[in-house]
Design a protein around this ligand. Sequence first.
Ligand code: NDP
Length: 342
Amino acid sequence: MFGLIGHLTSLEHAQAVAKELGYAEYANQGLDFWCSAPPLIVEDITVTSITGQTIHGKYVESCFLPEMLATRRIKAATRKILNAMAHAQKHGINITALGGFSSIIFENFNLQQLPKIRNITLEFARFTTGNTHTAYVICRQVEQAAPKLGIDLSQATVAVCGATGDIGSAVCRWLNTNLSVGELLLVARDRDRLNALQTELGRGKIMELNEALPQADIVVWVASMPKGVEIDPTTLKQPCLLIDGGYPKNLANQVQYPGIHILKGGIVEHALDIDWKIMKIVNMDVPGRQLFACFAESMLLEFEKWHTNFSWGRNQITVEKMEKIGQVSIKHGFQPLLAFES
Ligand code: NDP
């Protein structure tokens, strides 16, 4: 069985969803209530591959909200993730994806050192960040969407916002070796990590976001921002492809401007319908078929019976592993989302 640990994008979003799903006791509550709410299994899921194989899974809502980080409720945030992991393990789930901020919190606060949750000792091999598949999908989105806009990748300048992160660094590795793009702009805050990435890649210009944006033909957004940034579309090149893989979104404003094309990053489309509510709740355009690539990773590991933490730790994703997960992604009927936002 596979599991998906997810969370909503804001308190407002969480209240609306609780109301819609019939959890009246959650719907009118403030952040303090959500800080103390236990994890919930919200949905049982069945997925069928194009090979004909069928698997079963569960969606675990951690009740974590990004506002917990913004208001320094760190203990509540870490407890949410550990409790959700313990909940998944207690229910016998073999492989569970840590969606969105779950793996970021796990890494940033060294939760590996706290494996004991009451009477459960977490077995980390049962969890995956899902980031290898996410990075693979984003790279395929770059590769497949750019030519549609007349962008020649061999000449293109690609900015990666969040370049030193787990997903960002993997995207940079792929762009460097498999696509050899014209120019790579590396955007993040910590200078030492940027220098280390630049040394590893043997290329890339380190830049502030505002300096990088007007130079980029393509921007890959994979920064771990609890709240998105506003950008001024008049400063961007035309055409410009923006691939927003953040959850919550890195882009705060709905950019609608001639020549600017936006893709939801790290999203896959399955060839067959999945009977679930959860992707409607996170506003997927085709909720029966579209899902986060990290969630799809745990499905793929279940299909292949690779019950292991395929993606784990930070900045260890290799191009070979991305290719490996990419092969089984295609085999089971997942495709990168290529429909531009309108
Ligand atoms: P990491 O924590 O590993 O990396 C985050 C990166 O963002 C770092 O390079 C960090 O560097 C940078 N960053 C953070 N804040 C800022 C800022 N204000 N300006 C510029 N750079 C910033 O995160 P992940 O790689 O695991 O995840 C990245 C994003 O992808 C998250 O939003 C996450 O929720 C989302 N995600 C999406 C998935 C999907 O399926 N679509 C799956 C998993 C994650 P520094 O701190 O030095 O600035």
